[in-house]
Design a protein around this ligand. Structure first.
Ligand code: GA4
Length: 329
């Protein structure tokens, strides 16, 4: 059912309510792998509950994040401006994109965590162990989900899972803070619509993303053709977002879903989201393994390394469909 239409001088957008798949990972009776595969094929997006990441790990990370964002601007800027890693305020990426948010974007290796903890917190060793605890727990969940996906499509789990467990895996951690926007007339982030944007329409370049938030709304996923679906997320769940690399590795069977965050104009509360982006080691060649190529179906994309794809990503705007550049004729 279409419940609202936002008039836009540039494109017609419809907001639709659908039931986003919610998968209970503790349900050993159900065909969890099959449900995950169906969700990746249809939406490139699903929620997981009973995922095994202890609530206190999520809550402590959330509290630490709010502590950081409550600091003064000069204190936050001590982390260094996001280039692309560090503290960002309304600027996204390196090509001039903007949104109504502030964020921390960090690499997940221990050296980077230790270095940044000294700049972020007054108690760096405590902060470092909180962030490492969170990242490792969520990486574990990402590996479990990748293993279930692999099972569901009939390839050995190690084919996917080792990409995130490798010592050089290139995963990122991001904290996004969307404060309430009270004066929309001062926003420069309309992106052609009537409502300011928190984080513009894009797909994630990595393999998969795990997102949790404090329950304040804003996230929407695209069904294509200008139809957007709001995602209501309770803080006990994770959203799983298929990234561009997984789309290539499954030869287009799984969809890397476009998503966006509307600016926080409807709530007085602050929206916080915490995202783990699972990426492989930079020199990994990304291609569809032969066992996943269906008979009579040729590869859709030419092989490329993750390092190549990242350079391409950072040389372009947020909203671009980057995989088009790697499509085979
Ligand atoms: C989208 C997913 C992740 O948040 C991110 C983003 C990155 C950034 O903010 O630095 C990018 C964006 C993301 C895709 C296009 C480029 C790069 C901003 C941007 C304009 C950290 C990532 O890996 O790609």
């Amino acid at each position: 059912m279409v419940v609202a239409t936002q008039m836009s001088p540039i494109r017609t957008e419809k907001i639709r309510e659908i039931k986003i798949p919610t998968i209970d990972l503790s349900d050993k009776e159900s065909k969890v792998s099959k449900l995950i595969v169906e969700a990746c094929e249809e939406y490139g997006f699903f929620k997981v509950i009973n995922h095994g990441v202890p609530h206190h790990i999520i809550k402590t990370m959330e509290d630490e994040s709010f502590d950081f964002f409550h600091k003064t601007l000069p204190e936050k800027q001590r982390v260094g401006s996001a280039n692309p890693f560090g503290y960002g305020n309304k600027n996204i990426g390196l090509s001039g994109d903007t949104g109504e948010l502030e964020y921390l974007l960090l690499q997940t290796n221990q050296k980077a965590i230790d270095h940044n903890s000294k700049l972020i917190s007054n108690t760096p060793s405590t902060f470092s162990s909180i962030i490492s605890g969170y990242v490792e727990a969520v990486r574990g969940l990402a590996c479990e989900i990748l293993g279930l996906m692999a099972n569901g499509i009939g390839v050995p789990p190690s084919l996917f899972v080792t990409l995130l467990t490798d010592h050089d895996s290139d995963s990122l951690f991001r904290l996004n803070h969307y404060p309430p926007v009270t004066d929309t007339s001062s926003s420069s982030s309309f992106h052609g619509g009537n409502t300011p944007i928190g984080f513009g329409d894009h797909s994630d370049p990595q393999i998969l993303t795990l997102l949790t938030s404090n329950g304040v709304p804003g996230l929407q996923i695209s069904l294509g053709n200008g139809v957007w679906v709001p995602v209501n997320l309770d803080p006990q769940a994770f959203c799983v977002i298929v990234g561009d690399l997984l789309q290539v590795m499954t030869n287009g069977r799984f969809k890397s879903v476009r998503h966006r965050v509307m600016a926080n104009i409807s709530s007085r509360e602050r929206r916080l989201s915490m995202l783990f982006f699972g990426g492989p080691p930079p020199q990994t060649t990304i291609t569809c393994p032969p066992q996943l190529l269906k008979p009579n179906k040729s590869p859709l994309y030419k092989p490329f390394t993750w390092a190549d794809y990242k350079s391409h990503t950072y040389a372009h705007r947020l909203g671009e469909t980057r995989l088009d550049h790697f499509k085979l004729p």
